[in-house]
Design a protein around this ligand. Sequence first.
Ligand SMILES: C[S@@+](CC[C@H](N)C(=O)[O-])C[C@H]1O[C@@H](n2cnc3c(N)ncnc32)[C@H](O)[C@@H]1O
Length: 341
Amino acid sequence: MTTRMIGTTNHGFAQYAQEEIRRKAPGVKFQVLEPGEVFLIHTEVPLEEMQRSLQEDEPIFLRHVQPVTQELSITRTRADLDMLINFVQDLTGVFTPGERVAVQVRKAPGVKCEYTPYGVKEAIDPILAQTHEVEPVIQKPDRIISIYLTAELLYWGISKPEENLSDWSGGAVRYKQEEGQISRAVFKLLEAEERFGLDLASFERALDIGAAPGGWSSLLLKRGLQVTAVDPGEMHADLLSNPNLKHLKNNAGDVRFEEDAFDLLVCDMSWSPKQMSKLVFDLLDALQVGGTAIITVKLMHGKAFQAIKETVAAFGGQLELLKAKQLFHNRDELTLYLLKQ
Ligand SMILES: C[S@@+](CC[C@H](N)C(=O)[O-])C[C@H]1O[C@@H](n2cnc3c(N)ncnc32)[C@H](O)[C@@H]1O
């Protein structure tokens, strides 16, 4: 039986994810659902095998994947909701009473329905609770029902959050803008923390290269770290009075630190990967062995896989790559998670 899944990437990066999937499933076929970002995957590799492989060796550019086990015809009228309610009511042997189930619904752009994606969730949740005795939730689900609506079809699938590579609908990680937030860039570090299973509070001394205006620094300070921020630009005024922050108003090429001065190095310089990796390499003695590095890599000319290879090679074997991932909050860039050797 052909396995079907829906894959989602950041806009414009579908072809990279497809290249990564093709390596796992030769002969795989793709069908565009949203140009450049959402696509159907058709492969002869069994679903469990695909899910295992995607988790064990996670693609860099595939942000989210969901299984498709049913395709239901829809008319985009409210009658679809009745059809779906009947469908869910009739499911047997699928749910375990008491489990937490999240219904995540997405709709292809431009498709006009008489109901909203949230309306679909609202229609199904009571049936899940009453008929199947599960607990409908939004966060921390045991399992996720993923629904994707196109003009004519509703794609349905159930999976565990880790099988989707993200427990956010479509991998779209939404953080609340906080009062006094210094920059949207902070979302990148928050997402890296979640994605890479890091506990930033477990570090003590961080070097933040390319730190201004200070979103990343502010998060590190909030997590209780001592932060040395390097940037010729100005840090946000709210940060300057923080006794745990030291701002060196310099180019990263003009600063030097004592050996092993830091246990965390972060770098979010929007610059060419070549220049960035040279600057970071020259400061690597300051990161203690076993220390962590989180580095944003700008994707310049479309050669993404090459850029990762060259960047890691430029660290001269001093940083081991644990994971490379294009985060939802990365635009034309991706994020590396590395360990000092
Ligand atoms: C995308 S911003 C960083 C945003 C920051 N992570 C935040 O959360 O607010 C990139 C920063 O890198 C800095 N930068 C670029 N080249 C640099 C260099 N050679 N040395 C130090 N900083 C540099 C720029 O001045 C700019 O402030």
